[in-house]
Design a protein around this ligand. Structure first.
Ligand code: BTN
Length: 249
C-alpha cells in the first residue's frame, strides 16, 4: 500500500473527506490529517471533540479485498496498531472492545470505521482520534477521558501529531498486511486478544439497540464480535453497541 498524506489546517471531519475522496476514486493508502475538526464524528452519532492541535485527527482510506464477513476486524486491527503506537511513546494502553484505547481506564483514543460504495468497489474510511493534550472536554466527559499528556510521566515529552502519525502509519501498514495475508483474520484476533483485558472474564454492561444487559466477557467470535455470558448461562453475541466495564469495588 502506497501512503499519500493530505494535511488540512481545518476540516469538518477527516472521515467525511476520506469518504468523499473514495467516491472520486482515490487509491487505498490516502491519509487525511487535520489540525482541527469542526464536525468530528464519533460512534453512534456522537461528536468527537477536536480542538486545534490537541489531538491527532487521522483517517486512512482502505479498499479491502477481504471476505466481507471479516470487515469488522479492520477496527480490531486499528486498535492493535494504535496500541503499539502508544507503547512506543512509553504508554501502557488497554483495548476496550471494540474500538477504544484506554489508559488507567480512561479513553485516550477512539476509532470509527465508515464504509461507502464507490465506482472502484467498497471503501473504508478508518478514522482514528487520539487525545494528545488536555482539551476543553465537556464536563460530562472529563471523568472518563484522558490524553497522552495526562498519562505521561512528568518530564517525558509529549509527541507531536506528526510523530504520532509516522509511527501509527507504519503499524497500520504492518497489521493491515497481516490481516490480508493467509490466516490473517486469526492472526489479528490473536494480536487483539494479547492486548485487551476485555477479551475474557470482564464484568460488563452492554447497551445495545435500547436494551441494556450485564454479563461477563467470554472471548470474541470469528469476525471480532464480542461474546458475553449472561447469568442464566446463555451467551449474547455483541456485534456493535457500547460496552462499559462494571465496577465491582
Ligand atoms: C469514537 O466514538 O470513539 C470514535 C471516534 C473517532 C474520531 C476520529 S477523529 C478522526 C476521524 N474523523 C472523524 O470525524 N472521526 C474520526
Amino acid at each position: 500500500m502506497k501512503i499519500n498524506t493530505l494535511t488540512f489546517e481545518t476540516i469538518d471531519s477527516t472521515n467525511l473527506e476520506a469518504l468523499k475522496e473514495a467516491r472520486l476514486g482515490a487509491a487505498e493508502g490516502l491519509c487525511i490529517v487535520a489540525k482541527e475538526q469542526t464536525a468530528g464524528r464519533g460512534r453512534q452519532g456522537r461528536v468527537w471533540v477536536s480542538d486545534r492541535d490537541a489531538g491527532l485527527y487521522f483517517t486512512i482510506l482502505l479498499r479491502p479485498q477481504l471476505d466481507p464477513k471479516y470487515l469488522p476486524l479492520i477496527t480490531l486491527m486499528a486498535g492493535v496498531a494504535v496500541c503499539d503506537t502508544l507503547r512506543e511513546f512509553g504508554l501502557s494502553p488497554d483495548i476496550k472492545w471494540v474500538n477504544d484505547l484506554l489508559i488507567d481506564e480512561r479513553k485516550v483514543c477512539g476509532i470509527l470505521a465508515e464504509t461507502t460504495e464507490t465506482p472502484l468497489g467498497l471503501a473504508v474510511a478508518l478514522g482514528i482520534g487520539i487525545n494528545i493534550r488536555r482539551s476543553n472536554f465537556p464536563p460530562e466527559l472529563a471523568e472518563t477521558v484522558t490524553s497522552i499528556e495526562d498519562a505521561s510521566r512528568s518530564g517525558s515529552s509529549v509527541p507531536s501529531p506528526e510523530q504520532l502519525t509516522q509511527v501509527l502509519v507504519n503499524y497500520l501498514k504492518h497489521f493491515y498486511d497481516l490481516l490480508n495475508a493467509p490466516g490473517g483474520p486469526e492472526t489479528i484476533r490473536n494480536e487483539w486478544t494479547k492486548r485487551s483485558t476485555f477479551e475474557c472474564g470482564k464484568s460488563v454492561r452492554v447497551a445495545l439497540d435500547g436494551e441494556t444487559f450485564t454479563g461477563v466477557t467470554d472471548g470474541i467470535e470469528e469476525n471480532g464480535a464480542l461474546r458475553v455470558a449472561l447469568a442464566d448461562g446463555s451467551v449474547k453475541i455483541v456485534q456493535a453497541g457500547d460496552v462499559q466495564r462494571l465496577r465491582t469495588e
